[in-house]
Design a protein around this ligand. Structure first.
Ligand code: AMP
Ligand code: MG
Length: 270
């Protein structure tokens, strides 16, 4: 199954999230077989990162977006476990600091993009500037509405400079979010994850859906595609994200560079 085709938000076409099933199993069954495939994908990701580091030409930027409790942290923990921490950097984007807010909205983002050979993962991203900024009216419409084109230009610029950009929208249903928030309320070891804003944002669920639909409709491009990941089931989410990352990196056909030394001569001289 080519998951990239299946979960791609088609560039240039309007997205209606109601027609994407958050509980989709992608025709898979939970159990050993799927777990083995995820484990294989995770191991393959490690190999591909090693190759990307050796090739030193491209970088990989992975953007994770989704409602509170949609599993952004869990995805990073599960899918990136095999990857060498030396070549991987995670940035969580929070409410902008005073210094960040004094700059253009892409300033803090550009500083966090991967170098050649590196993987950078964004837990939230510049998309917050057309999501929370829009829904909570942090800036007027005249400001946020111009940002879709600015984001597309920025991402195209990164891609032109050999950064692979892959974006995952973790799609959960309102019921599943409720279940997960309840679980957090009932588990003292998860209380630290709770914030009042999560519960306020939940009241604006429909407005967020509309804002996400605009993001997926306007900013899924050939260069920097959005994938809509059914995320009500964690095992499906892990399967989909790991498979799409592997498919994306394999499609780059990376190669080890030619050695800078004469290997056989060095071997003979040992
Ligand atoms: P969390 O990911 O749960 O740790 O929360 C981070 C919070 O920062 C979320 O409530 C986001 O909406 C908020 N946030 C992230 N980026 C921005 C931004 N550019 N403007 C305003 N709030 C933001
Ligand atoms: Mg939160």
């Amino acid at each position: 199954m080519n998951l990239r085709d299946r979960l791609l938000a088609p560039p240039g076409k309007p997205v209606k999230l109601a027609s994407w099933d958050a509980a989709d199993t992608l025709g898979l069954k939970k159990g050993d077989k799927t777990e083995t495939t995820v484990a294989k994908n995770i191991a393959r990701l490690d190999e591909l990162q090693y190759l990307m580091y050796a090739e030193h030409r491209r970088g990989l930027l992975v953007i994770l977006q989704g409602a509170d409790a949609s599993g952004k942290d869990g995805t990073i923990r599960h899918v990136m476990t095999g990857v060498n921490p030396q070549g991987c950097r995670v940035t969580a984007f929070k409410v902008p600091s005073a210094e960040e807010a004094d700059h253009d909205f892409l300033w803090r983002v550009h500083r966090a993009v991967p170098a050649r050979g590196e993987i950078a993962i964004f837990n939230r991203s510049h998309y917050e500037d057309v999501l929370v900024a829009r829904v909570r009216q942090l800036v007027p419409k005249s400001v946020w509405s111009g940002r879709y084109d600015q984001i597309n230009q920025f991402e195209e610029f990164l891609v032109d400079n050999d950064i692979i950009v892959v974006k995952f929208f973790l799609h959960i249903s309102k019921d599943e979010q409720k279940r997960r928030l309840e679980e957090r309320l009932d588990d003292p070891t998860k209380h630290w994850k709770l914030s009042a804003s999560d519960f306020e944002d939940r009241k604006r669920w429909d407005e967020y859906v509309a804002a996400y639909e605009d993001v997926l409709s306007r900013c899924s491009t050939e260069a920097a595609p959005w994938y809509i990941v059914p995320a009500d089931r964690k095992w499906v989410r892990n399967f989909a994200v790991s498979a799409i990352l592997v498919e994306t990196l394999e499609a780059c056909r990376m190669k080890f560079p030619k050695p800078a030394v004469d290997v056989s001569r060095l071997k003979a001289a040992l």
